[in-house]
Design a protein around this ligand. Structure first.
Ligand code: GLY
Ligand code: MN
Ligand code: MN
Length: 431
């Protein structure tokens, strides 16, 4: 709780003066009276540690700084049906807020809290119903102009400050990300042992869910991609309903969420346990591209250096495999490589799988990597049938994705428990 409190204090400092409003995510109905599993808003959670729906954080900066939580009331009737709620008094004490009130008091209290504040920090445009509700409060404040009450005349996005904070992971966050990564790596190991020709993709997806939940993860971090054979060439394939075939590869992109923190791992391996010569050629190329990218993940490089390094290796490899023609520079210059590699080599990772944080600095240059940042490194190669493609490579789709923590001297791969070399994968599949 100290860490959440310290984050609120840091944000209050960054604001200077004014008032910030951070709302959590709404519950979403799946059908009739059944809801999707609830997931709090990452910004709200980052600043509060509070996981209940129907909650809002107000921060007031300036001479009398304070943090105020609005949350659901204790309600024995609802708690009998839906489970425990903290209520304002317990939430204030346990989560270290200066004040806490019922969510039902928002409309009564917010116009007062907004009065005579110069600046409002809020993520306008993120949720239309909150935009409308806050506009209503602001209009009530403006209506008091003749009594000398002023409304904020400046609205800035509160997320800008928090994005920057979220980019640098604290030791507590790193510990959670390691644990999330370990669970996901164990699940990839399990999948390698369970795969057999004739099984369905969803049977392997089930092995992931089994491993995630039994190890305490609350959810997959995103919909698992379990893509046999040609399905691997569809980047966001998630039907996961085809039979696994002898001689095909299986690409699995799956990670879990542990106490809010995502892991994101992709492994590609042969359904029958042994890479064919053609599969191995492409696999070794992607693995070399990933190694080149990982070697660039250190604080003397900018965000794009790993992507450039991966592209360099892939472009030469595509020429060697007769997928592309001409010189490496020409392939890079023309973008011909995009027929086989059409995504970027990574993204920030944290509370969101594609985590918060700018990729460029305020001058428009790629930002430098710094210790404490966490990102994925995930080159791939996806070869769809085409006239210009050697037939023995058709339908091979490979991605290799790991999660990296930038350190003072380089980086640490926190997902390395998932087998990755040809020899390690073939050995893991024998077990
Ligand atoms: N699993 C999402 C991604 O790799 O970006
Ligand atoms: Mn990823
Ligand atoms: Mn992924």
């Amino acid at each position: 709780m100290n860490e959440f409190k310290a984050r609120r204090q840091q944000l209050i400092q960054a604001m200077g003066n004014g008032i910030a409003i951070v709302t959590t995510a709404p519950e979403v109905i799946r059908n009739r009276d059944s809801h999707y599993p609830y997931r709090f808003d990452s910004y709200f959670y980052y600043l509060t540690g509070f996981k209940e729906p129907e909650a809002m954080l107000v921060l007031i900066a300036g001479v009398d700084p304070k943090s105020i939580l609005f949350c659901r009331d204790k309600d024995m009737e609802r708690e009998i049906w839906d489970g425990f709620r903290y209520g304002a008094d317990a939430a204030k004490a346990l989560f270290a807020f200066d004040e806490a009130y019922s969510f039902k008091q928002l409309d009564e209290m917010m116009p007062n809290l907004l009065s005579n504040q110069e600046k409002l920090f809020f993520s306008l445009g993120a949720d239309a119903s909150w935009d409308a509700r806050i506009t209503g409060w602001l209009n009530q404040v403006k209506a008091q102009a003749r009594s000398g009450v002023s409304a904020p005349n400046d609205i800035a996005d509160v997320r800008k400050f928090v994005d920057e904070m979220r980019l640098y992971k604290s030791p507590v966050e790193v510990d959670l990300m390691r644990r999330s990564a370990n669970i996901a790596a164990a699940a990839h190991n399990r999948a390698m042992q369970k795969v057999r020709a004739g099984k369905m993709e969803y049977e392997i997806e089930a092995e992931f869910l089994h491993e995630f939940y039994r190890k305490g993860a609350q959810s997959p971090a995103y919909t698992s991609i379990v893509a046999g054979g040609a399905n691997a060439c569809t980047l966001h394939y998630n039907a996961n309903n085809c039979e696994l075939k002898d001689g095909d590869l299986l690409l699995i992109d799956a990670g879990c969420e542990l106490d809010g923190y995502a892991s994101d791992i992709t492994r590609t391996f042969p359904v029958n346990g042994k890479f064919s010569a053609a599969q191995k050629d492409v696999y070794e190329l992607v693995l070399a591209a990933q190694a080149a990218a990982i070697a660039q993940v250190n604080p003397s490089n900018h965000w794009n250096a790993p992507h450039d390094a991966a592209l360099d290796v892939l472009a030469q490899g595509f020429i060697d495999l007769k997928l592309c023609q001409g010189s490496k520079d020409a392939v890079l210059e023309s973008g011909a490589y995009r027929q086989f590699y059409m995504h970027r080599t990574g993204h920030w990772l944290g509370l969101d799988v594609h985590d918060a944080g700018e990729y460029k600095d305020k001058h428009g240059d790629w930002r430098m990597l710094q210790a404490g940042m966490t990102l994925t490194v995930e080159p791939g190669c996806y070869i769809r049938p085409a006239d210009n493609v050697p037939q023995h490579l058709w339908n091979i789709g490979i991605r290799i994705e790991d999660d990296a923590l930038v350190t003072e001297s380089g980086c640490e791969i926190i997902t390395s428990d998932a087998p990755k070399t040809v020899a390690d994968i073939e050995a893991a599949m024998q077990k």
